[in-house]
Design a protein around this ligand. Structure first.
Ligand SMILES: Cc1cc2nc3c(=O)[nH]c(=O)nc-3n(C[C@H](O)[C@H](O)[C@H](O)COP(=O)(O)OP(=O)(O)OC[C@H]3O[C@@H](n4cnc5c(N)ncnc54)[C@H](O)[C@@H]3O)c2cc1C
Length: 353
């Protein structure tokens, strides 16, 4: 059957990476897509990430195997389809001893990460002795490091390519267009659609309730902040924060370092601003491992975003980054997810539609 006969008129609310990628997948299936975005495309949570294309190594600590496997699958999709804007990145974890239980646990975790990636693994992990050159910036007490590979992206150029693809597919991109009301029968601000997709990231529950639709999921608003530092590094480092409860990344970024991130509960997704405490936490954590400490004047800029984490029984540090799709008649609402897993979300939506 010619796909054109099945073409539907679809309205997507939210022009972050989820809305855009879902729109692109649907338009490729022959559907007629419009995206309503309150601000500019990709200007909110999607521009506040650590810029990793990853399965989420640290989610293995909480046994989220399926989620990690899906993320690794999607990592490979991005690396294959957008080689100009994504690349594999070496990340090292420094250790103070030649052998320790933490080193062994990390090694096993990384090997499991590689096994879950299967044929899509992008490089083999190694435990190496720190040489004099590597030590030039790490404190002398560090003796070994464990290196592994993950994906990273230039989110600005990648985002521009996604927007261009959407334009090429004749998706109607309605920027600076805040949707005030919609209903599950297919109405967005007075316009009729066959299907509506709510892809508003951390604003999903708020928008559903504003329109008298019950939200099946509760959201934890978890702010994450990053600093950009005027100090060059040639590969990534992953290390424990001062309170040891989570890992922090220092990654190469435009000739400097991208340092992040934090996890702080806030009451609303609009409250995304870095606090002095977060700045100090990131700097103090990084300075734990550095020979020459970072000083405040070396901070070039900072940014914060709010993760749309689906509330779970676990502490939010441990909660899953997996996504969920709620169905109400012609309305599909997306909860959770990561930049990396937007293709998985899009595939699921295409199947549902
Ligand atoms: C600190 C931090 C670090 C992260 N790091 C990574 C990482 O390294 N790798 C990774 O894969 N993921 C990462 N993520 C997760 C990733 O950022 C998000 O999962 C993803 O960007 C969510 O995209 P989205 O399109 O769902 O949401 P958003 O990007 O927030 O898009 C939703 C859009 O909806 C719009 N909107 C809201 N209300 C309305 C309305 N009424 N009408 C019209 N439009 C509306 C908003 O303006 C917004 O543009 C990170 C997240 C954070 C916060």
């Amino acid at each position: 059957m010619d796909g054109i006969h099945l073409s539907k008129k679809i309205g997507i609310i939210g022009g972050g990476v989820t809305g855009l990628v879902v729109g692109i997948f649907l338009a490729k299936e022959g559907h007629n897509v419009s995206i309503y975005e309150k601000n500019s495309l990709l200007s909110q949570t999607s521009s506040k990430t650590t810029k990793l294309i990853h399965g989420g190594l640290r989610y293995l600590e909480n046994f989220h195997f399926n989620e990690v496997k899906n993320g690794l699958n999607d990592r490979s999709w991005w690396l294959e389809n957008f080689p100009k804007h994504t690349k594999k990145l070496k990340i090292s974890i420094p250790f103070k001893s030649i052998f320790s239980l933490t080193l062994l646990k990390s090694f096993i975790g990384i090997k499991l990460y590689e096994i879950l990636a299967g044929s899509k693994n992008i490089g083999s992990s190694k435990i190496l002795k720190l040489l004099k050159d590597d030590k030039s910036f790490l404190k002398d007490e560090y003796k070994t490091y464990l290196s592994f590979y993950d994906g990273s992206m230039d989110d600005v150029s990648l985002g521009n390519e996604l927007i261009q693809s959407a334009r090429d597919l004749n998706i109607d991109l309605l920027e600076n267009n805040e949707v005030t009301n919609f209903d599950p029968n297919g109405m967005i601000d007075g316009c009729n659609f066959d299907k509506i997709i709510l892809a508003v990231g951390p604003w999903s529950k708020i928008l559903l309730e504003q329109n008298d639709i019950e939200s099946q999921k509760d959201i934890d608003f978890i702010k994450g902040s990053h600093l950009i530092i005027d100090r060059e590094i040639d590969s990534g480092i992953m290390f424990s924060s001062i309170c040891k409860s989570r890992y922090i990344f220092a990654l190469p970024y435009n000739g400097g370092t991208l340092l992040g991130t934090t996890e702080e509960k806030v009451n609303h997704p609009d409250l995304a601003e870095i606090s002095i405490d977060e700045t100090n936490y990131l700097i103090e954590s990084y300075n734990q491992i550095l020979k020459k400490p970072i000083s405040i004047p070396e901070i070039i800029s900072s940014y914060s975003g709010v993760r749309p984490l689906i509330k779970s029984k676990d502490n939010y540090h441990k909660s899953s980054r997996d996504f969920f799709i709620q169905k109400n008649e012609s309305l599909l609402t997306i909860f959770g997810g990561k930049w990396t897993t937007s293709p998985s979300i899009a595939r699921k939506i295409v199947t549902m539609i």
